[in-house]
Design a protein around this ligand. Sequence first.
Ligand code: CMC
Length: 439
Amino acid sequence: MSSTAASAPAVHATITIPGTNKTASLPLLSGTLGPQVADIRKLQAQAGIFTFDPGYGETASCESKITYIDGDEGVLLYRGYPITQLAEKSTFLEVAYLLLFGELPTEAQFKDFSHGITMHSMLHEQIRRFWEGFRRDAHPMAVLCGVVGAMSAFYPESVNINDPREREISAFRLIAKIPTITAWAYKYSIGQPFMYPRNDLSYAENFLYMMNAVPPEPYKKNPILERAMDRILILHADHEQNASTSTVRLAGSTGANPFACVAAGIAALWGPAHGGANEAVLKMLAEIGDKKHIKTFISEVKDKNSHTKLMGFGHRVYKNYDPRAKIMQQTCYEVLEELGIKDEPLLDLAMELEKIALEDDYFVSRKLYPNVDFYSGIILKAMGFPTTMFTPLFALARTTGWISQWMEMIADPQNRIGRPRQLYTGAPQRDYVDIARRG
Ligand code: CMC
């Protein structure tokens, strides 16, 4: 990747360290969009200090051309294209191509790409045996973590990360096989036979087929649900340097193989502050139970000592309505209508909760708005997914983003091992004391 931003900085910020004669001149880098970024790479050498940024909220850890978010305006772009346009007009596989290769494909490129993904959708038959080792009640995210990490045992050539062809093959394998792994994690939990992928179906439809079909029954396609599934995948496909993507990049910066890196990303996604939030939203709605309990719940959220959060609200970057949440809400109506669900108490409850929160000064002053997970759980529940499958579905979609970010990182000449520093506040150096003399 070219380092366009870093190549010709015209402006510098200056830091002077009080009590010393040390000064650092920090080049201010400009990207194509977004605020300027102070380049602190020479800070320690020039000024003898480094920076403190727990949670990395103020730190750009890499240069990237994949996804852009303007959190104040509620904008999300994949390779420059607004998420709303992609959700409306594109398909998940086309978006996958865009994220991986940087441009929308021509018809011929798309045909080749779809064929390449489709031809990798089966798992090695030996991988199937892993499931026998899992408990039936295992959380599917645990299964995903284990199986994806173990894929490197089947594709040992994937460790050749400096070979662009090997990197691409690994990316294809991950995108192609993750629906099969995810659907099998579900089938195993309910004791139904695994359904092998069908290459005559679209990416989203094939996933729905592997989730819902059973061998003795003919499978009935449903274009509305297929479209909804495809849209959910598009909305979750990438989100720049979030916790799981940064985990993939950090693991990848060491030279680890892509399957191990994506398994690390799956682990990071699992937490309720990240991908686990969609599951947590439904649990929260079930616990609230009725509109008449919303006020009490909101008071609990506002009480600092309760540690209760309004799940599906707030975001590290969005300080406005998450654009994905709006599309999710619309998709939610379409799915409920298609399924003939006229009255969904959870949706009514969610909408009332959103209304009350958006008028409450606690949420307004902190700029807390619904995020992508606020409505996704309601759609997925209506489509028949159990709550434990919500986060695996997020992982399925995000695999494309993770592997695109990993590919970009490996090809970037600026890539070096990720190694944050720390502000040490432990004991100063002291001498070892023999155990008999302690206490
Ligand atoms: N409910 C109540 N208060 C909240 C919430 C919430 N959902 N989110 C943030 N706050 C408060 C927080 O307590 C803090 O208040 P104060 O200034 O009084 O201490 C203030 O808002 C700023 O929050 P923060 O914790 O500094 O924000 P963050 O950027 O560290 O956290 C977040 C972002 C997404 C982890 C957080 O908003 C959260 O936990 N939300 C609920 C979980 C959720 O929905 N996660 C899905 C995120 S979108 C999908 C994804 O990326 O995976």
